[in-house]
Design a protein around this ligand. Structure first.
Ligand SMILES: Nc1ncnc2c1ncn2[C@@H]1O[C@H](COP(=O)(O)OP(=O)(O)OP(=O)(O)O)[C@@H](O)[C@H]1O
Ligand SMILES: [Mg+2]
Length: 376
């Protein structure tokens, strides 16, 4: 393992089993007040707990967080006016009827049980050639939420801009070894490039501008599309999930990510041009399925930056559900300034603002992703 350990925001690295920044953190600004609602039981749900999913909690729907707090993604939140955008205006009705923001009945996603067997990892590519849709934010926070649920997670920064590395408190300019070296130098040991993050159980393969050279250099390589797959192979037994943050293009790096992946998550920003370019993306996914990676699946479309106060956001989400039906995750990520704040802090929202609605949304996404995995 690389000597350096990431210290987000210049702080201390986390101690094992306890993500840095979770215990004793004073919340920045006011956050949603969390009350444990009694309106729901697992019996009023449409998806039932997988028999593999055992939980030690006595109360259904509550997961114990590493710092001893409890989190219930279905609990009633007292909206903080500043972040009310993430709460539906008719929240009471939605809760009563259990209609989710996508307009479909909201299933209950069980609390993931402990992992029985480590690896081989499921590889997820976070992909959309459109820029600024929430790929990096979703990679960091889905990864951190999966790690909170006891999964071993490897995040791969596969964008030469290094935004994922920055978002986890790493300065890409100071890196000597990155994912580029792992791709291009034969015999490079993954441990030399791997960084531990402040989130227990989550590691990072960082990147910087060097990776842009790989796109050019790979062109003349044999089996150039499967270079990342070969590089990741020796690490898969150490992790449960590998999440690859793709760059906003459909070039050779993204094709490498799709060739290595088992599943694709496509984040879509809830704004007018959200669906523009998605046809090209699905075409690319199909081509990779046909020619390079027959086991590749579209796991889901993730609606991000949803603002339920605006008719526009609601209309876009309705269009996305109309177009992709059950491929759209029930979990929707609301728009909140907390996410840009986390980039500055260099840590996931699950530790930066553990009780925020944004953190709850990514934990819910982790549960949905795990439920989809178990359903296979
Ligand atoms: N749910 C959200 N609410 C508000 N802001 C968000 C949300 N998700 C992401 N952002 C912000 O939007 C910007 C773009 O997000 P992000 O970097 O995750 O997108 P991206 O798809 O990875 O972009 P790129 O294509 O450039 O790699 C960032 O400033 C991020 O903090
Ligand atoms: Mg990005």
């Amino acid at each position: 393992m690389n000597e350096s350990t990431i210290t987000p925001g210049g702080g201390q690295p986390g101690t094992p089993g306890q993500p840095a920044g979770s215990a004793g953190r004073a919340e920045v600004g006011s956050v949603a007040v969390h009350t444990f609602a009694t309106h729901k039981t697992p019996t009023d749900t449409t998806v039932h707990q997988n028999s593999d999913d055992t939980t030690t909690q006595t109360e259904p729907g509550l997961a114990e967080l590493p710092d001893g707090q409890f989190f219930d993604p279905d609990a009633e939140y007292e909206p903080d006016p500043e972040y009310a955008a993430t709460i539906a205006p008719d929240a009471a009705r939605q809760r009563r009827e259990r209609i989710g923001p996508t307009g479909r009945p909201l299933p209950y996603f069980p609390i993931p049980g402990p992992v029985k067997e480590r690896g081989p990892a499921t590889i997820i590519a976070m992909c959309n050639q459109k820029g600024g849709v929430g790929k990096t934010t979703s990679t960091i926070n889905l990864g951190a939420a999966l790690a909170e649920y006891g999964r071993r997670v490897l995040l791969v920064d596969f964008d030469p801009q290094g935004a994922l590395s920055v978002g986890l408190g790493v300065n890409p300019m100071e890196l000597e070894l990155t994912v580029y070296n792992l791709l291009m130098q034969r015999g490079m040991a993954p441990d030399e490039v791997l960084l531990k993050t402040a989130v227990a159980g989550m590691d990072l393969l960082p990147s910087n501008i060097d990776l842009s050279a790989a796109e050019v250099q790979l062109v003349s390589e044999v089996a150039r599309e499967s270079t990342l797959q070969r590089a990741l192979q020796p690490m898969l037994s150490d992790y449960d999930f590998v999440v690859i943050d793709c760059q906003p293009s459909l070039g050779l790096l993204t094709v490498n990510a799709l060739t290595a992946a088992h599943k694709v998550i496509v984040p879509l920003e809830c704004e007018f041009f959200a669906l523009r370019g998605v046809a090209l993306l699905t075409e690319t996914i199909e081509k990779v399925q046909e020619r390079l990676n027959p086991s590749l699946q579209l796991d889901g479309i993730l609606a991000t930056m949803y603002d339920s106060r605006t008719v526009h956001s609601r209309e876009v989400l309705a269009r996305v559900v109309e177009a992709f039906e059950n491929h759209v995750y029930h979990t929707v990520i609301g728009r909140t300034v907390r996410f840009p704040e986390t980039t500055v802090a260099g840590e996931p929202i699950t530790t930066y603002a553990s009780n925020s609605v944004g953190a709850a949304a990514y934990r819910q996404l982790a549960r949905e992703v795990l439920a989809r995995c178990h359903a296979e």
